[in-house]
Write a protein that binds this ligand. Structure first.
Ligand code: ADP
Ligand code: MG
Length: 396
């Protein structure tokens, strides 16, 4: 069995694919092509909805959207991943409750932009992507972000830091209100606000971000993403249940959010439900691990973040109970083959893991994880090499 590595597309490749699709579907040329990346969270899991801290990076893997504005209010959307006819309707048809499925993700940002007073006179868009779907790498934020930056720039807005922050919030609205998917805002911020060579430290108290240098290659290291391809469903109630646990614990502790817990031992002593004790221990210790990683990176002690990643996985497995056998096997096999640290990333229950790997050990780690999956009789995982990439932008 050979390992599947998912390579990112260049600007040229993504533009060529979406331009061809656009011309085939709509019989004319797009005005431009925009791209927005998937993301991977380095540390800070299940803390965004607790007003916590997290440190994602943008993937080099992106969703591309070739777009042409219209003036008649009509919208046509086509994706290379869906063989069916283009979705057609109006901007008003993209309102909450009037659209579902992939058109809600790709078209939702148009309705929210219009709702927030930006002129959207209709558009045609052709979309293609090398971001794996439903792998915890946020193909949803990537498709929202690609369309959102396209429409914002076509409306004459300047893609500066302020607009990126605004579009990130707007895409969260689209995902929550139009696609009816719960999302805490990490994905959209990472896709729209990241900078190449940096992690994006997000503080969910006020959504302020800081760009933290994360040049792993300079330290002989790589971030390897392993897409377990195990079924991953965040909408099956588990995500909502974890959020509810956190809200209940915060209410019992008399704090607005678990971010406000300063004295972990004191807080745990106040709780009698062992499930809530474990949930709070994860959230509070995970926020502390984000601070540790940021401090280690600032000190140039990059390899030392490995054990912190390991501790995050253990906490997510034992206290937060959001891993699954595929994720646990992945991190164990990666560590045994030379990874300096490994953890599940994203919502959990499937999806992807990350491993911090010395560059020369990437092949060994890849083989070891693949062999472990084979031994369990599971389908082959996919591997993505993930140098910290740039946020959404126009590419053609
Ligand atoms: P992920 O972890 O990849 O974000 P989600 O379930 O949040 O998984 O979002 C995946 C959904 O986003 C898909 O089911 C589809 O509706 C939409 N989507 C993402 N990328 C594309 C694309 N390139 N073409 C069509 N739909 C897409
Ligand atoms: Mg998503």
């Amino acid at each position: 069995m050979s390992a599947v590595t998912v390579d990112p597309w260049s600007d040229t490749e993504g533009s060529r694919r979406t331009r061809e699709l656009f011309t085939r579907a709509f019989d004319q040329q797009p005005q431009g092509v925009w791209a927005a990346p998937g993301r991977v969270n380095v540390i800070g899991e299940h803390v965004d909805y607790n007003a916590g801290l997290c440190l994602p990076t943008a993937l080099p893997h992106r969703t591309f959207a070739a777009v042409r504005p219209r003036t008649d209010g009509q919208v046509r959307l086509v994706s290379a991943h869906l063989p069916e006819e283009p979705w057609t309707g109006t901007v008003a048809d993209l309102a909450p409750g009037r659209v579902e499925g992939w058109a809600a993700y790709s078209g939702g940002p148009a309705w929210v932009l219009a709702d927030e007073g930006v002129e959207v006179g209709g558009f045609d868009a052709a979309i293609d992507s090398c971001v794996p779907f439903g792998a915890g790498l946020s193909s949803s934020a990537a498709i929202e972000g690609a369309v959102a930056v396209a429409l914002a720039e076509l409306a004459g807005l300047e893609l500066d830091d302020a607009l990126r922050a605004r579009l990130a919030r707007l895409c969260v609205r689209a995902e929550n209100e139009v696609a009816h998917a719960p999302t805490g805002g990490l994905d959209q911020a990472a896709s729209l606000r990241s900078r190449a060579g940096h992690g994006l430290l997000i503080d969910f108290v006020d959504e302020q971000v800081r760009h933290v240098p994360l040049d792993l290659p300079a330290h002989g290291l790589e971030l390897l993403v392993i897409d377990t391809r195990a079924p991953h469903t965040l909408n099956d109630g588990q995500y909502a249940a974890r959020r509810a646990d956190c809200d209940r614990a915060a209410a019992l502790l008399g704090v607005p959010t678990l971010r406000e817990v300063d004295d972990l031992d004191g807080a745990l002593a106040q709780l009698t439900d062992p499930v809530l004790v474990a949930r709070v221990r994860h959230v509070v210790s995970e926020i502390e691990r984000v601070r540790q990683v940021v401090a280690l990176l600032a000190a140039g002690e990059v390899a030392a973040i490995g054990p912190v990643l390991d501790a995050s996985h253990t906490s997510l497995r034992d206290d937060y109970e959001v891993t699954c056998p595929e994720l646990d096997v992945t991190v164990e096999a990666a560590r045994a083959a030379g990874a300096l640290g490994a953890r599940m990333t994203g919502g959990g229950f499937g999806g992807s893991a990350i491993a911090l790997v010395p560059a020369e050990a990437v092949g060994t780690v890849t083989d070891a994880v693949r062999d472990a999956f084979d031994a369990h009789g599971w389908g082959a995982p996919a591997f993505l090499r993930a140098p910290a990439a740039a946020g959404a932008e126009r590419v053609a």
